[in-house]
Design a protein around this ligand. Sequence first.
Ligand code: DAH
Length: 352
Amino acid sequence: MLDKLSEIEKNALDALQSVQDASSLDAWRVAQLGRSSPLMKVFAELGKLSKEEKPVVGAAANRVKVALEAALEERAKAVKSAALAKSLEEEALDVTLPGRTIHHGRLHPSTQQLRRVLAILAEMGFQVYTSREVETDEMNFQLLNFPPHHPARDMQDSFYVEAGQRGDNPILLRTHTSPGQIHAMRQFAAMNPKDPPPIRIALPGMCFRYEQITARSEIQFNQVEGLAVGKGITFSDLKGTLIDFAHRMFGQNARTRFRASYFPFTEPSAEMDVECFVCGGKGCQVCKNSGWLEILGCGMVHPVVLQNGGYDPKIYSGYAWGMGPERQLMLRYRIEDIRYFWGNDVRFLEQF
Ligand code: DAH
């Protein structure tokens, strides 16, 4: 019996040598330590042995059992660490490989420029006042002193939403941010109609014109309107404010000039130029050899417009301007085609 036990032990340990994975390890456990294994049969037959043999064989069988269990445990550890080593090797990670590029989203160049403009104006004390994009003819033109047959009111130049359906006050997409002046003045005036408060606001937003899309004209673009109304505001306030803006926007050394112009809603009216920053004023293609770039229209708010806004032109005066963030970007970065702005080509957009 003792010989048989040593043979069982030897066979079992030999068999364990070739076990390489978890499933054959389990099969070995069933075969060597399971209920019908040779070792368990020895235990089952202990009862048949004589009184003298029984403790000797029993002790030997127990020792073999403990030895096999210990060997099993050790083998299990080895199998497990071999499996781990294999998986590390197979799933090896080269930490020196370059990573995949993550594409960051960013603000549209127009939004960036719009924010720059508004940040500068905020420093100068202008509050942002947003106004609607869909307007009535009355707000967009009539109250801004446009004469009835002004070319801008032509069906060819504006997007009418309900053409011909509202008599002489059809609905259209605003062609400029100027109607916001009327909305703002009326809202401020309503606070105290007898003595309306002063106003100093910037009106940003999208404008729409029914135009042939070309390198120079788009059907949509942003404007930033400025409006200041109060007692004793003069043309020098307008000039001082816009020159200061130009310095903050284009640099302290940027030279500016004003040229007389015409807008129905301002009197007198002007346009402001900055010295061409491409050629430094010497004359180039961008400034069409003039040395100057036009960046905005402006003027003293027309008495009729003040009146329409609820401000008595005998007591109040004001100035206003309108400028285009896209135009500023085109000048600054020499963008030759305005269609890039809404063309959604990331090769253009990601440069900003
Ligand atoms: N609304 C004008 C345009 O779209 C721009 C403009 C000019 C606005 C003079 C003003 C201004 O407020 O005073 O061309």
